[in-house]
Design a protein around this ligand. Structure first.
Ligand SMILES: [Zn+2]
Length: 422
């Protein structure tokens, strides 16, 4: 209670926020949130909430900002190994596609991940979820795609399922067998697409291991036709569509996203005006990943201003993977402001409510509204404009997950995780 600013993000009427709505973050001065049994039961002025409810436990948010837990709608959470050597080589001038050609890049991560047992992948995932939670992320999407055989993809999705059970962060699972063409299918992409669209999707669906299907649609990787074929096959198996679109070049992925009624098109760095209009017309969410463009040192970012002006619902994600190792949505918000000219309010909308829509969780999270899950952040800043403005340190004071205090940085230097089963 007594939050200097309480950001409710309320009032989206069942749809992600677009255009000027993205500025409306529902600020309540001297705000309070009441929670019971893991749910929000009241949001309003402190005096009104305090009159209506007698709490057994009260957290003061004096001089602080309260808002919904961040939703990270795009990660490749599970991989083994690391690629710091490659980072060094890229700094020395080797291009990403050259690295890929020599068996580096994603193919190195595939090799390391195939070798790892499921238990190892779960341990790695838990560490990463701890880091995300400490920085305020309470719901995260996780894509497979470093296995690229049926067994290895199922192994990654199984690890994802266990992480969702073990950790208090909610993990939404996406099958992305078409993340890369594996070495044993080099020069034979069509045959690999047969495997993904056939055996892989049917096994994933049969075991109920994913909610979304995603494809890396890019020149020299998976063609527009191949992406469409995989996504439509996924839809038949009840997997909703996401697509990595126009990440490295203008290729037409945004148009494919609109054509298959995808929930989201991700990256959309090089998308054309036509592609952006197609997203707006179909209400496809653009998941923008400025940290990925930053880590690839592209010197270019998605045209977020044009997208917002065109009515595309915009969300923000970390793009966490072996190449872009960032767990912190606060830093992504800062990048969105500095590199793509979003205002702090727009960036907050993009990293909470619109991100929740991008992972089909907006009925549960993404705003502080009665009935939603009590995933709430207390930030150690007096107003929302500090997000983006002050960056490089963790602004989180407390994280409340399902109504329980799981991170408290005020009293202790280290976060406490009360969520583990052990
Ligand atoms: Zn990605």
């Amino acid at each position: 209670m007594n939050a200097e600013e309480c950001l409710t993000l309320a009032g989206s009427l069942g749809k992600p926020k677009i255009s000027k709505e993205m500025q409306e973050i529902g600020i309540i001065h001297d705000g309070a949130v009441a929670m019971k049994e893991g749910r929000i039961v009241a949001v309003g002025k402190t005096k009104d909430v305090a009159k209506a409810f007698r709490a057994s436990y009260v957290i003061s948010a004096q001089d602080k900002t309260v808002l919904p837990g961040f939703v990270d709608p795009h990660t490749h959470l599970i991989f083994a190994g690391s690629r710091e050597e490659e980072f060094q080589m890229r700094l020395e001038g080797v291009s990403y596609l050259e690295l890929l050609g020599s068996g580096g890049g994603v193919l190195k991560t595939v090799k390391d991940t195939r070798r790892a047992r499921v238990e190892k992948l779960v341990d790695l995932g838990l560490e990463r979820l701890d880091a995300m939670l400490t920085h305020g992320t309470t719901t995260v999407e996780a894509k497979s795609g470093y296995g690229l055989t049926t067994a290895d993809e199922l192994k990654i999705l199984e690890a994802t399922k266990r992480l969702n059970q073990l950790h208090s962060v909610n993990v939404v699972s996406t099958f992305m067998g078409a993340n890369a063409v594996p070495p044993e299918f080099q020069g034979n992409t069509e045959e690999y697409v047969d495997l993904v669209a056939g055996e892989m999707i049917s096994k994933v669906a049969e075991k109920g291991l994913a909610e979304f299907c995603d494809v890396f649609c890019e020149r020299g990787i998976f063609s527009l036709q191949q992406a469409k074929r995989i996504l439509l096959k996924g839809k038949l198996a009840k997997l909703k569509s996401k697509i990595h679109a126009d990440k490295m070049s203008l290729f037409g992925g945004a148009e494919i996203a609109a054509a298959v009624d995808a929930v989201s098109a991700e990256h959309v760095l090089f998308s054309s005006v036509n592609g952006i209009n197609a997203l707006a017309n179909k209400g496809v969410i653009a998941v923008l990943l400025p940290a990925v463009a930053f880590s690839l040192m592209m010197g270019k970012y998605a045209d977020a201003r044009l997208m917002i002006d065109s009515g595309v619902p915009v969300a923000l994600g970390t793009g966490f993977d072996a190449n872009c190792w960032v767990e912190n949505q606060q830093l992504v918000i800062a990048m969105a402001c500095h590199c793509m000219r979003l205002t702090p309010a727009e960036a907050i909308t993009a990293a909470t409510l619109n991100a929740a829509y991008a992972v089909n969780r907006a009925e549960e999270v993404g705003s502080l509204e009665v009935g939603k899950r009590a995933d709430v952040l207390v930030l150690n800043v007096p107003n929302h404009k500090f997000l983006g403005y002050r960056f490089g340190v963790n602004l989180v004071d407390k994280v409340i997950k399902n109504g329980r205090l799981v991170v408290d940085r005020e009293k202790k230097n280290e976060p406490i995780f009360m969520s583990r089963s052990d």
